[in-house]
Ligand binder design. Structure first.
Ligand SMILES: Nc1ncnc2c1ncn2[C@@H]1O[C@H](COP(=O)(O)OP(=O)(O)OP(=O)(O)O)[C@@H](O)[C@H]1O
Length: 348
């Protein structure tokens, strides 16, 4: 558990020739127990942010407070102790190839002076936690990518960290393995209560496990908040681009637009239903049909499942008697977290 406050932080890298502003006046709060995602394109400043959080770099201006302690001011033994309580997970796993799996996990325990019998016991428990019991004596080269990352996660947990930092931890994995590793991180967050900060350039990673997200561009946080809100109402151009990454546009065809469909001759009434929160997972449409006796032609649908609820749009055509269609529209309008746009063929 740890509460993080990043206050007006800038980080400049100065060389003889130039000054690079990696972070430019960043302020954000990461609540204890959250899974917090930081998304941005290459060069946005994500890695610099992680390096400030684990005490590898000091801010040029501003403060990084972890549980009210200014990390930028820690030196020597205090810094070492702090860093022991921060687990790191890397894109390319960073395992030692000449050590067995158990000895890889034991490494941080060895470094903090734990006796061998105790560290063996602890490493075995961690191996069980990440679902790899039986692999104690294997070497990293004998494991799949997903298994290696599980070992990386077990090693990161060795010193009972209060904070887990994940640096593109699934970028080297295929989609199915990515999902399994993300599920493991979510389980660790739930069961151990560890605060997790992860950086990624993939919005799917944010959608699948994060509670909160910050979008970075050119060293600045341009948008931040609840994942559901940022997905359903992206404000900045860069955020819209990231959210679009996630839309599967109809097997390559462009998404249909309500106003274009309304130009075609149709019998029914076209409705675009946009929903967010828990609504998307409820059988909204079948309840609407029951309430109104209307017939429904689903033209296009797109739903994104998030950690808390979902967001999505559905393009439907309502067919039937005028009174039934009206009942259906009234039903939809009454639902919370649902908004409607209605279009009728102009020639009707
Ligand atoms: N040690 C350094 N010395 C000089 N410039 C640096 C240093 N570290 C980072 N930078 C610069 O700071 C900016 C932000 O880099 P950073 O690595 O934090 O971005 P990023 O979002 O993590 O990108 P990537 O995903 O490519 O790693 C970049 O312009 C980078 O070149």
């Amino acid at each position: 558990m740890s509460q993080i406050e990043i206050k007006e932080v800038s980080k400049l890298f100065k060389s003889k020739k130039q000054v690079v502003t990696a972070l430019n006046n960043v302020t954000l709060t990461i609540n204890s127990g959250d899974i917090y995602g930081i998304v941005g394109y290459s060069g946005a400043g994500k890695s610099t942010m992680l390096r400030l959080l684990n005490g590898l770099e000091q801010p040029s201006r501003g403060q990084v407070l972890v549980d009210y302690r200014d990390i930028g001011q820690l030196r020597g033994n205090d810094l070492r102790k702090y860093r022991q309580k921060v687990g790191m997970i890397f894109q390319h796993f960073n395992l030692l190839w000449s050590r067995t799996i158990l000895d890889n996990i034991r490494l941080p325990l060895e470094l903090s002076g734990m006796k061998k019998a105790e560290s063996n016991q602890k490493a075995s428990e961690l191996l069980a936690l990440v679902g790899l019991s039986g692999k104690e004596e294997a070497y990293p080269s004998q494991l799949s990518g997903g298994q290696k990352q599980r070992v990386g996660i077990a090693r990161a947990l060795a010193n009972d960290p209060m904070l887990l930092l994940c640096d593109e931890s699934t970028s080297a994995l295929d989609p199915q393995t990515t999902d399994e590793v993300l599920e493991l991180l979510a389980k660790i967050n739930r069961e151990l209560g560890v605060t997790i900060v992860l950086i990624t350039h993939e919005m799917a990673v944010i959608r699948k496990i994060c509670h909160q997200v910050a979008v970075m561009e050119n060293g600045q946080v341009v948008e931040q908040g609840d994942v559901l809100k940022v997905f359903s109402e992206p404000q900045e151009a860069v955020t819209k681009r990231f959210v679009q990454q996630e839309v599967v546009p109809n097997y390559g065809n462009p998404l249909l637009k309500l106003e274009d469909l309304a130009k075609e001759k149709r019998e029914g009434v076209l409705v675009q239903v946009t929903f967010k929160g828990n609504q998307a997972t409820q059988p909204l449409i079948s309840k609407m049909i029951k309430a109104s006796q209307v017939d429904v032609n689903v033209i296009q649908g797109q739903i994104q499942a998030l950690q808390k609820g979902s967001v999505g749009t559905l393009l439907i055509e309502l067919l039937g008697q005028k009174t039934s269609i009206e009942k259906a529209l009234i039903y939809l309008e009454k639902q919370e977290e649902v908004s409607l746009e209605v279009a009728v063929y102009e020639g009707n």
